[in-house]
Design a protein around this ligand. Sequence first.
Ligand code: FES
Length: 132
Amino acid sequence: MLYSEKVMDHMQNPRNLGKMEDADGIGQVGNAKCGDIMKMYIKVSGGIITDVTFNTFGCGSAIAASSMATELIKGKPLEDAVQLTNQAVVEALDGLPHHKVHCSVLAEEAIRAAVEDYYHRQGLDVPGDCAR
Ligand code: FES
C-alpha cells in the first residue's frame, strides 16, 4: 500500500486541527513548487508548548505530517520542539512515499517558524538552534 495506516488515520482524522485565536506564536510556511501552505499555532507557558494547532491547505501527506507533528511537540519544551526533524515525523507516521517526504519538511519548518515568532513577540533573541 502507498500509505501506512498511521498516515491514512492522520489524513482522515487530523489531530489538533484549526485556528488558535489566542496563540503565542504563529508560523506559516509554504512550498513554492506545489503551492501548499501550512500554518502552526502554539500556546506557550513557562517555556513549554501547552497547546498547538494547525491549518494546512495542501495535500493529504502534509495534513498527516502536521497532525503528527502537533502530537510530537505538545507538552514539550520549546528547545525540544525546534529540534523536531521531518525524518522524526516521517518515522512516527511509519514512513511516507519518497515523493511525499517534502510534505513533512513543511511541518518541521512551520514549527520552527512558530517558535521563532513566539521569541520575537517576547522581544527575545531566537536561540541558536532555531535560527538554523
Ligand atoms: Fe505539497 Fe505535499 S504535495 S506539501
